[in-house]
Design a protein around this ligand. Structure first.
Ligand SMILES: *Cc1c(COP(=O)(O)O)cnc(C)c1O
Length: 371
């Protein structure tokens, strides 16, 4: 059942990450590949300290700060190591080897808590693992936060389980005046961020921001300069911040691509427009799945992700034909994560609403044929 337009359109790519990018960004990068703005050099070939790359870097930082309304008392760092790197880098910088509490709402926050335990007294303050296997976020009222905890880590959007915080918790109201550390790798730039509740936020770029290789790190200034002695210099927020992310060679090309994506987001109408589209895409999908009588999503509707929509077919024998037909219809990388099974449609900022409409047509046709 290939979509009639398959022959002429680019396939829609529902990968969880690295993920689809805005076509104009790819085209611009291609056109500038061998000569950036008449400099006679491609971006990959530039010194990170030269005036050309400094211009790229400065503009990317400024655009990102504008887009997310990042306050002046936060530094934005462009680091390496990915989200998984930050699982170690955050406690190395912020924990003072004391306590840190973790809210475990899916695979990613679970991984974060395990890694942090190498560097500090990390404890799980609440987990939704036993409650049907990460289908919800543990209710805030039940969080067992400890006195003296330095920070509370949450994963804003659990990419694998499709669970997303719709608001950031207010720790002060719980009697703990400590900052949140937020892993926002898979939903950054799809909603505004409440900086008054955040101490550190980090995001690997390869979901919503660009290509793999650069990690965006937002750090409140009072949390900078307290790294443990064993923290590698290249990961010490103070050294990186003092050098404007040039303590060592930064991932220059990945920063350039992120900068192009920031410009694209701005041109589309900024984070407010990204959020509007995310709501539209995800509600189209959930509404159809819930009413289909064929597919199912098992996540608590109150915390369903706008970015990653896991769903199941009535039986696993249908998975292979489903994926085969999807590929033929120009709908790529819909296979669910192996730990969850089933399917997953990742619908990041760069996914047009039309991509979801074409996916819906395919879902309907497949259900008619196999229901
Ligand atoms: C993808 C992802 C990561 C891992 O990022 P890497 O760049 O592979 O280290 C961490 N957290 C979340 C929520 C993710 O989606």
């Amino acid at each position: 059942m290939p979509h009639p337009a398959t022959a002429v359109r680019r396939p829609y790519n529902f990968a969880a990450g690295p993920a689809t990018l805005p076509l104009p960004v790819l085209e611009q990068a291609a056109s500038e590949m061998t000569d950036w703005h008449g400099s006679g050099m491609g971006v990959m070939e530039m010194s990170h300290r030269g005036s050309e790359f400094m211009a790229i870097y400065t503009e990317a930082e400024r655009d990102l700060r504008d887009l997310l309304a990042v306050p002046e008392n936060f530094k934005i760092l462009f680091m390496q190591g990915g989200g998984i790197g930050e699982n170690a880098i955050v406690p190395l910088n912020v924990s003072r080897a004391g306590r840190a509490d973790f809210i475990v709402s899916g695979s990613w926050s679970k991984k974060s808590s395990k890694e942090a335990a190498k560097y500090c007294d990390a404890a799980v303050a609440a987990s939704s693992e036993d409650n049907g296997g990460f289908r919800t976020i543990p209710p805030v009222a039940g969080w067992q936060l400890r006195d003296g905890t330095e920070y509370v880590h949450i994963c804003g959007n659990e990419t694998i389980h499709g669970v997303e915080y719709q608001t950031l918790p207010d720790l002060k109201a719980l009697g703990h005046d400590v900052p949140l550390v937020v892993d926002c790798s898979s939903h950054i730039l799809s909603r505004p961020m409440d900086w008054s509740r955040i101490g550190v936020a980090f995001a690997g770029a390869q979901k919503n921001v660009g290509m793999s290789g650069v990690t965006l790190v937002f750090v409140r200034e009072d949390l900078i300069g307290r790294a443990l002695p064993i923290c590698p210099s290249a990961f010490d927020y103070k050294l990186v911040a003092d050098a404007d992310s040039m303590f060592n060679t930064p991932p220059t090309y990945a920063i350039y691509i992120a900068g192009l994506v920031f410009k694209w987001v701005k041109a589309q109408g900024g984070v407010a427009e990204m959020e509007r589209r995310a709501v539209e895409r995800s509600s189209l999908l959930y509404r159809y799945i819930d009413g289909s009588g064929f597919y199912r999503n098992e996540v608590d509707p109150a915390v369903r992700s706008r970015m990653n929509v896991p769903f199941f077919l009535p039986n696993d024998a249908l998975n292979a034909p489903f994926l085969e037909g999807a590929k033929a219809a120009g709908l790529l990388q819909l296979k669910g994560h192996k730990s969850v099974g089933g399917m997953r449609a990742s619908i990041y900022n760069a996914m047009p609403v039309d991509g979801v409409r074409v996916l819906l047509e395919y879902l309907q046709a497949f259900a008619r044929q196999h229901g």
